[in-house]
Design a protein around this ligand. Sequence first.
Ligand SMILES: [Cu+2]
Length: 171
Amino acid sequence: MAMKAAAVFVVLIAVRAVYGADIIVGGNSGWSQGVDYDTWAAGQKFNVGDALVFNYGGSHSVDEVKEADYTACSSSSVIKSHTGGTTSIPLSAVGPRYFICSTIGHCASGMKLQVNVLAANSTQNPTPTPTANPPPTGTQPPPSPSAAAPSAFFTLNHFIFGASVATLFAL
Ligand SMILES: [Cu+2]
């Protein structure tokens, strides 16, 4: 039972590795004013399969925009706008993503985030080591005939010895 639970646990970890991590934007500061998101993002790795989680107050929003609108802090042609206090954005493709807060003045004061999404992180996925696998039982060599040889040889020696002794007595 314990082995089964352990196996399930390993599978869950493997699934976790495949599907990536939830990255809390801004860490404990969340999505708010007064955070340098360039500095924060520089300390993070964004991989396909991860998700950005924005935690924010009611005066903010998460608007995904194109690069030009990110640069200009323009919410005139938003790709998608999110509100509600918690927004999870799956990072499903390689490439840059741009987010701004649409509240007037917030983006201009630094409430803007760009991330560069890299390919799925392969270094975090444990690679099975071929040598760690036990050899399949089918390849076990059959019992060696040489194991029986010593006793047969011993018996033959006895036979020869016995025959020799018998020959000696016969003389
Ligand atoms: Cu805001």
